[in-house]
Design a binder for this molecule. Structure first.
Ligand SMILES: *Cc1c(COP(=O)(O)O)cnc(C)c1O
Length: 364
């Protein structure tokens, strides 16, 4: 019998989440964001499964784009941070990739490259996140130059929000206002909404279903990015179930420590289950005592520090649990966001942190 640790990917739920993104965005084009190996879900598998519905895919770099193209994915693929070096433009040309442009040197690189057909450029405006993008003057200048270039086909105005996950925060509207103000002089398609904006800020979705874009990422995988539940966030369907099994069960007297550093000490007679899942699988080592897990479909908690290949859970109220029984670390029963908050992190890092020791098993 093999080690039971695995991540089961529900592809039907993934597709429903994509279709939900499109529905919430009023039918705008949606670039399914599948950077970082589709947030740990397997980029090629995810792209293949979405290929009959997705308008495009978004990735972080040329290597990720090439993985999709090499696998025969035909949809347009967008480089969300653009190209990192000018020599990538050869592949941008060959595979008709969409490229973001956020810096002058990228405009110049495009100007000195020959393309077989005009390249689609998403020009990034920094509306207030202050990570990537042109300021207002730089944006106008870049647009001016790009419009004149025979190498450039469609131009799309792009920006990104810093706080769209904060339901009560006004900054998203301020960023949008700034973006719309600088775009007012041009008649450009827009591409601004990440998952949180799709879920909560309809003004960011654009107006034109044929040309505007949204960029759903985390919501495709069923985890809500919002800081509180909303009607829309509750419509997301769980995609990944991280599971394993009990490999040992023991009974401890009161006053006995469990695991490294003796972080947890029993206060009563305690039944302890050892689970084949640890931080080398991507489970967060910082998960505190009390982090939820489900054993045999019943909720319980972690007790003791997570180690590399194993962790320990409380079976005191689960007297029937025995070696071989299934354990869910996150999925339908254990909300990935609850695990994330018990480990002081976010679902994004949990998903992208799954390591190659964990087989991904797809079901549709
Ligand atoms: C990753 C990314 C997204 C998707 O963000 P989510 O919060 O996962 O929806 C959208 N746009 C850009 C530019 C990104 O880098």
């Amino acid at each position: 019998m093999a080690r039971a640790a695995k991540a089961t990917i529900n592809l039907a739920a993934l597709k429903q989440n994509y279709l939900l993104a499109k529905e919430l965005a009023g039918g705008k084009q949606a670039a399914a964001i599948i950077k970082a190996n589709a947030y740990g879900h397997g980029a090629v598998q995810v792209a293949r499964y979405l290929s009959d519905v997705a308008d495009a895919f978004g990735v972080a770099c040329i290597e990720e784009a090439m993985e999709l193209k090499d696998a025969g994915i035909e949809q347009p693929v967008a480089l969300l941070e653009g190209f990192f070096t000018a020599d990538e433009l050869e592949l941008v040309n060959e595979h008709k990739l969409i490229t973001a442009v956020h810096s002058d040197w990228q405009v110049e690189a495009i100007a000195s490259t020959t393309f077989d057909q005009p390249v689609t450029v998403w020009v990034k405006f920094d509306s207030g996140m202050h990570r990537l993008g042109f300021d207002a003057d730089g944006f106008r200048q870049a647009l001016q130059t790009l419009k004149e270039l025979p190498q450039v086909g469609q131009l799309v105005a792009m920006t990104h929000y810093a706080c769209a996950d904060e339901v009560e925060c006004e900054y998203t509207q301020q960023q949008l206002n700034k973006f719309l103000a600088v775009c007012a002089d041009y008649d450009l398609p827009v591409c601004t909404a990440n998952s949180a904006a799709i879920l909560h800020w309809p003004e960011t979705h654009g107006k034109n279903t044929c040309t505007d874009w949204v960029r759903p990422g985390i919501m495709l995988y069923g985890a809500s990015p919002m800081d509180q539940n909303t009607e829309n966030s509750q419509r997301l369907q769980t995609v990944m179930t991280l599971s394993s099994a009990l490999i040992a069960v023991r009974e401890l007297e009161p006053g006995e420590p469990i695991g490294y550093g003796r972080r947890f000490v029993t206060e009563q007679p305690t039944r302890v289950g050892v689970v084949a899942m640890g931080y080398a699988d991507g489970y967060p080592r910082h998960a505190k005592d009390g982090t939820p897990v489900a054993v045999n479909d019943k909720m319980t908690r972690i007790i003791g520090k997570v180690s590399m290949d194993m962790m320990t859970v409380d079976l005191t109220d689960l007297p029937d649990a025995q070696i071989g029984d299934p354990v869910e670390l996150w999925g339908e029963q254990v909300d990935v966001n609850d695990v994330a908050s018990c480990a002081d992190t976010i679902a994004y890092t949990l998903y992208t942190g799954i390591t190659r020791r964990v087989p991904l098993v797809y079901k549709s």
